[in-house]
Design a protein around this ligand. Structure first.
Ligand SMILES: [Zn+2]
Length: 219
């Protein structure tokens, strides 16, 4: 399976390769990292062209897109109602771009469409890195802070906790990111549970796999 990644930085991409592999259970073939966006809203702006390019110009099977939520509305169960779409939610926005872009495309290179994988890190990917290490960091904690009008931690604080600075060099950022995601490589379930924005990505990834056979009858 050939998988392309679209994220906000080379460090994010290095960590996402590990996380995607952890969920799929086997290493996919990652395409050359020639997709790069410069944060939000650039990711959403380039996404239609990226999907069309992958569909017609390559034999890539699937595209994984991950962005930080920053201060935007966090995707919740209420957004998953059929036909619902929250215009300030990045998960809803990215899914809508996938839906609208792919439905107009004729089949190409023997496939119907490029498969979708969308994740949103709340409020930033450093929170995913701290999952399982810092008990206070979770998507629920961030959402509770939004409701109360008081952030439990800032994005700069998350960077300090991961990198020891809020302005890491790229090699240092990649080194720290890879060190932290080793926990999730062994078992991504804690990250799926504490960060539904990652859990949604994991469900997208598993939907690509051939359906499992009927469950074994115990006894
Ligand atoms: Zn949403």
């Amino acid at each position: 399976m050939k998988v392309a990644l679209l994220s906000e930085s080379p460090a994010d991409e290095a960590a996402l390769r590990v996380l995607v592999e952890a969920v799929l259970g086997a290493p996919p073939h990652f395409t050359r990292p020639d997709l790069r966006a410069r944060g939000w809203p650039n990711v959403a702006q380039v996404l239609p062209a990226v999907i069309r390019h992958l569909h017609f110009g390559t034999d890539t099977d699937a595209l994984v897109v991950v962005v930080d939520s920053d201060d935007s509305v966090v995707h919740g169960a209420a957004h998953d109602r059929p036909g619902y779409f929250h215009p300030q939610c990045r998960m809803c926005q990215l899914r809508a771009v996938f839906r609208q872009t792919t439905k107009k495309l004729p089949p190409a290179r023997g496939r119907e469409r490029v498969l979708r994988g969308v994740g949103v890190a709340v409020p930033a990917i450093e929170a995913w890195y701290l999952c399982g290490r810092d008990e206070n960091v979770s998507e629920a904690a961030w959402v509770a802070g939004q409701v109360a009008g008081r952030q439990p931690y800032s994005r700069a604080e998350l960077k300090w906790r991961v990198y020891g600075t809020d302005r890491p060099s790229l090699p240092h950022e990649i080194r720290c990111a890879l060190q932290e995601v080793e926990r999730h490589r062994r078992d991504p379930r804690r990250l799926e549970n504490d960060f539904p924005g990652f859990g949604a990505l994991a469900r997208d990834l598993r939907s690509w796999l051939p359906a499992a056979g009927p469950p074994e009858n115990p006894g």
